[in-house]
Write a protein that binds this ligand. Structure first.
Ligand code: ZN
Ligand code: ZN
Length: 373
């Protein structure tokens, strides 16, 4: 029962934009607790939603601008601690932050945690359709960027999870291409330079080579219809039928992209480990990175996802764990001290709750203060 309520609350939250969201959420919570019946709850959700939609129309222009007092306080306390730990570092650590309510809030969320980089979803990641991005959103985003000057190459949006850019199903492929192009065009309007996505899956209905060709065709299509954005393909855990678990597969995709200046790779520590690339000791780390250099090339490396792994080496499990709490434990010291990772966004996608502490821990690892994780 409580689980169901949560799902409904989230759905409503996602469908709304604006300050009213929070109020609705609370109202639903209260009403939900009182009724305890699925149908009743759904009706309540619906009624509240309709009411809010009306309010939304009336109060459209009342989205509060600027950082909230709460986030400003967080920025001056835990955010400041992270940046102090980062002072000598060339690593650009960050977090996949929420862009709920309005996309510029992502900037304030990132600032409050002491991020030097961040990732976001540029639209609802669980829906195929999305209302167009209005111009006032772009204006508020640019204002926030002026206030907190994030280098644009440190913002790396993540493509929505519904997409399969290598899908053998023509319907899914078409929807994916429309969605990906829309997301990339949104990025360009916001001035964002790169966009990261999971390459795709054969879904067991085509060969890996065919899937790779389709992925490359999708990338070419998006590049041809955008101006400058770089498409960044992620290393995968080789879970199920997903493509991108081998460095060779990423290389094959790159080889088929016409404009090589607009394609890149995002290395996810959890994914590569689950796919069978060990990075836990100095020797295995060097071996894996040399292989990456030989097959893909560090010149294509545009971003990193920093995740510990709940699954063991080669488990093919895409399950992220807090830094230092999973099987990867000892790997992060090597990564943090490797100058090949200087200056690019390195974004945490670990379970929520400890991002600032995790970034501090990582910066301290670099300084050799805590090398016995
Ligand atoms: Zn990732
Ligand atoms: Zn993952």
């Amino acid at each position: 029962m409580p689980k169901r309520k949560k799902v409904e609350t989230i759905q409503v939250k996602e469908e709304l934009h604006g300050d009213e969201t929070i109020e609705v959420k609370n109202e639903i919570k209260e009403n939900g607790n009182a009724s305890g019946e699925k149908r009743k709850k759904r009706n309540v959700v619906k009624a509240v939603k309709e009411e809010v939609d009306e309010v939304k129309v009336r109060t459209k222009k009342t989205i509060t601008e600027g950082i909230s007092d709460e986030l400003a306080h967080q920025r001056d306390t835990e955010g400041a601690r992270v940046l102090a730990a980062a002072s000598e570092s060339k690593k650009m650590l960050g977090v996949h932050v929420s862009a709920a309510v309005s996309i510029e809030r992502a900037i304030y969320n990132a600032v409050s945690m002491g991020c030097r980089s961040f990732a976001i979803f540029v639209r609802n990641q669980r829906r195929w359709d999305s209302a167009p991005m209005e111009e006032d959103v772009v204006v508020r985003w640019k204002k926030a960027i002026e206030e907190y000057p994030f280098p644009m190459d440190q913002i790396i949006p993540h493509g929505s999870y519904l997409m399969n850019s290598g899908s053998p199903d023509s319907g899914t492929l078409e929807k994916t291409r429309i969605a990906m192009l829309d997301e990339c065009q949104r990025c360009e309007r916001l001035g964002i330079l790169a966009y990261n996505f999971h390459p795709g899956s054969t879904t067991g209905k085509c060969t890996v080579d065919e899937c790779i060709q389709t992925i490359a065709d999708t990338i070419n299509y998006v590049i041809e219809n955008t101006k400058f954005i770089t498409l960044v393909v992620e290393t995968m855990a080789a879970q199920g039928n997903s493509v991108g678990g081998k460095f060779e597969e990423l290389r094959q995709i790159i080889d088929l992209v016409k404009d090589k200046s607009r394609v890149g790779v995002c290395l996810d520590t959890c994914h590569i480990f689950a796919a069978g690339y060990d990075i836990r000791t100095k020797e295995t780390y060097e071996e894996t990175m040399n292989e990456f250099e030989r097959i893909v090339g560090f010149n294509y490396l545009k971003a990193v996802h920093l995740n510990d792994s709940k699954g063991d080496l080669g488990s093919k499990l895409d399950r992220h764990e807090h830094i230092g709490k999973g099987y990867l434990k000892t790997a992060f010291q090597w990564l943090m001290r490797d100058p090949r990772f200087d200056g690019i966004p390195m974004v945490l996608e670990t379970p929520e709750g400890h991002y600032s502490q995790e970034m501090e821990l990582l910066y301290n690892l670099e300084k050799n203060k805590e090398n016995n994780m």
